[in-house]
Ligand binder design. Structure first.
Ligand code: AMP
Ligand code: MG
Length: 338
């Protein structure tokens, strides 16, 4: 009798030791709500807790380095340097360098010098307006990623040019947060940095993480679920930030650097799935500007990622690498890109 009780107790202890403890943090940073969840790794208890604290500190410090609204940030100093060469931190430098790489691959669909236009439309202040065409043409004179020059640790912007890293900073924050978790021995975590999801390993029960793809036409619904493991899932959509003008039309926050106006090409939202968080974020913004045809062309040429496109007429296109891991939960018509 005694023996049986002992055996059962051992079994219970065994189970308890195998269920890693869950730790979560919520924060508001980089203009969005973030939620970080991590499970203790094998290196013992407290590992996830320490990792999350370090990740949160990193994200807050990164915001101070990159913010265009804090006058002492590296980016604000650069934006007000009147063409002078400025030494920037390694994070800003890395993000600017990745942005230039993606700008050149996408023929300038991603262009961080579009910032004065984003501001003119009111997306940085909340004071929305439809700018006059002359104002847009005037501001476009100083837009162009060729106006950014990187040399060693320094960056110079041509006179009149200003940048904002909002299109890829959260992706960078996510990839660095994942690195921090791994250093602490965390092997299972899910981070949601406002539309930038980072899936580390699998769920503690050994199954893949499930990431819902938002319905751009209905904020309370999902189009489907993606099963992912060790991937970044980054979405850009017209629905994420927009205003309705006096003319009754909707204007969203992703600007086509060729026109200075919100992109209008039939694409409603883009989700990019890959292993490089910064590039996934840069690409989700760029592909939305490029539209369906050019996005598919780009994927066929570079192809080191997967994507899910949602068109204005509610067609859903998924690349073949993820078609097996995607479960449709809506009435959209799905086709596979090969
Ligand atoms: P995301 O949500 O990652 O697609 O980033 C969108 C944000 O990037 C916008 O709110 C703007 O601050 C900025 N942005 C808008 N259009 C562009 C563009 N074509 N290239 C780079 N940044 C942009
Ligand atoms: Mg982006």
């Amino acid at each position: 009798m005694k023996k049986a009780v002992f055996a059962a107790a051992l079994l219970l202890c065994g189970c308890a030791a195998k269920t890693p403890e869950k730790h979560t943090r919520e924060l508001f940073a980089m203009d969005t709500y973030m939620s970080l969840t991590a499970y203790d790794g094998e290196s013992g208890s407290e590992s996830a807790e320490a990792a999350l604290s370090e990740a949160v500190d990193f994200i807050n410090a990164l915001e101070r380095e990159l913010s265009v609204t804090l006058s002492e940030s590296d980016i604000s100093v650069l934006n007000s340097a009147s063409g002078e060469r400025i030494t920037v931190g390694s994070d800003a430098l890395s993000i600017i360098s990745t942005s230039l790489e993606i700008s050149s691959q996408t023929d300038g669909a991603l262009d961080i010098t579009v910032y004065p236009l984003v501001r003119e439309w009111g997306f940085t202040t909340g004071e929305y307006r439809i700018p006059e065409d002359e104002v847009l043409q005037d501001l476009l004179q100083n837009v162009g990623y060729g106006r950014i020059s990187v040399e060693g640790q320094t960056v110079a912007l041509a006179e009149g040019t200003e940048i904002d890293l909002g299109a890829l900073a959260k992706g960078y924050a996510g990839s660095r947060a994942v690195e921090i978790l791994r250093v602490h021995g965390v092997t299972s975590a899910i981070l949601d940095l406002g539309g930038n999801v980072c899936a580390v390993g699998k769920k503690p029960d050994g199954t893949a993480w499930r990431v819902a793809v938002a319905d751009p036409d209905n904020s309370s619904e999902y189009l489907g679920i993606l099963d992912v493991e060790d991937k970044f899932v980054v979405t850009s959509g017209k629905y994420e930030r927009y205003f309705t003008g006096d003319d009754g039309k909707r204007y969203h926050h992703i600007i086509d650097p060729k026109t200075g106006k919100p992109s209008e090409n039939g694409l409603n939202a883009v989700t990019v799935i890959g292993t490089d968080g910064t590039k996934c974020d840069a690409l989700s913004t760029a592909l939305l500007v490029m539209g369906e045809e050019r996005a598919v062309q780009y994927w066929r040429e570079y192809g080191d990622f997967d994507m899910l496109l949602v068109t204005d007429d509610r067609r859903l296109l998924v690349t073949d690498g993820i078609s097996d891991g995607f479960r449709l939960t809506s009435d959209c018509q799905v086709s596979v890109i090969e």
